[in-house]
Design a binder for this molecule. Sequence first.
Ligand SMILES: Cc1cc2nc3c(=O)[nH]c(=O)nc-3n(C[C@H](O)[C@H](O)[C@H](O)COP(=O)(O)OP(=O)(O)OC[C@H]3O[C@@H](n4cnc5c(N)ncnc54)[C@H](O)[C@@H]3O)c2cc1C
Length: 392
Amino acid sequence: MSSVRDFFNIDSALSEEERAIRDTIRRWVDDRVLPIIGDCYVQGRFPKELIPEMAELGVFGANLPEEYGCAGLNNVSYGLIMQELERGDSGVRSFASVQGALVMYPIFAFGSEDQKRAWLPKMAKGEVIGCFGLTEPDFGSNPGGMRTTARADGGGYVLNGAKAWITNGSIADVAVVWAKLDGVIRGFLVERGTPGFSTFEHKGKMSLRASVTSQLAFEDCRIPAENILPGVQGLRGPLSCLTQARYGISWGALGSAMATYQAALDYSKSRKQWRDRPIASHQLVQERLAWMVTEITKGQLLAWKLATMKDAGTMKPHHVSMAKRNNVWVARECAKLARETLGANGIVNEYPVFRHLANIESVYTYEGTHDIHTLVIGEAVTGIAAYNPPME
Ligand SMILES: Cc1cc2nc3c(=O)[nH]c(=O)nc-3n(C[C@H](O)[C@H](O)[C@H](O)COP(=O)(O)OP(=O)(O)OC[C@H]3O[C@@H](n4cnc5c(N)ncnc54)[C@H](O)[C@@H]3O)c2cc1C
């Protein structure tokens, strides 16, 4: 089993159950994801065949209650699952994040009892795949500007507009779509095959290639009245879903960093240059490894503390912003340092490093860019929101 050094013995802070869950997912990723993911990446193919196995492992909506068919785990266990999935590939973790945090969570938090009973058990089993439509071609960091509209009509709603960069879009059975109804953002469940709803895959991605990313289009798309999420209005709806997903990403990014660190460590101990000595014997190489393991350890402590706050109900969005911003940045830097350490081998698919390096660029941008999380933290410490400064 591949592993990364647990430099501060953070394992000792985990319960036996948490460690067992982490190790189960770790073994599954080693056995089932790592052998195929390099080829999937080159082919630009999401490994859909793994969905039933992920469902069997209880990955989807793992921190949601058992009464809706979910695993009912605490947030440490959930975070460790995200970490291990992303140690495999950011695309695999993205699939699970979208399914659980961006589709099952809003149905659980804002849906009617009928919606919860209809969708959550099937989604936990992986029988129904979901996507989350918030971003539009002209509105990314500022989703409140969205142009997609819903209009009440004859006992239902009619949607018009477009969404862009939607993970799982073309393979989803149901889309959680955020649209303005009388100027107020509301969530709608749009089922695949509804007339007026179409999807188009984004082509030419150089990052997150083992993941499906699509545009969604709505042209006079009529959905029944019972497909609105009744429990939330305004930007708070999508933002609270993003908080859930960003929480998982702050753990997931550590998995990416662990993968590239482990690759750099293994390689530097086996690659020999200069009088037949491993490159790990050079101080400059050790400096990189020391930086990586130090930052991963700090990130692990941040993620673990965040998890305990989430379980205790004291986690705020700005805490999540700090962890997402820091841990994704650490993963991005680790991928670069690992790539340097592998020399020419750093650019080939035989090693996981370049795949992670390319993937992490998407993770750096989605779920709130690094800049936006900087501004969230800035607002928390100054009390001044700097996203949209007044024009002279
Ligand atoms: C692979 C992938 C999968 C995705 N999956 C989904 C999904 O499932 N669902 C979904 O809804 N969206 C998804 N997204 C979209 C993602 O959330 C957006 O790309 C992201 O919010 C950034 O929006 P943008 O790309 O329009 O960039 P922009 O908002 O145009 O930003 C461009 C640059 O300007 C900076 N910037 C913007 N505003 C400010 C500011 N106020 N101050 C300082 N700098 C600023 C940004 O930080 C960035 O560097 C995905 C994106 C990718 C790449």
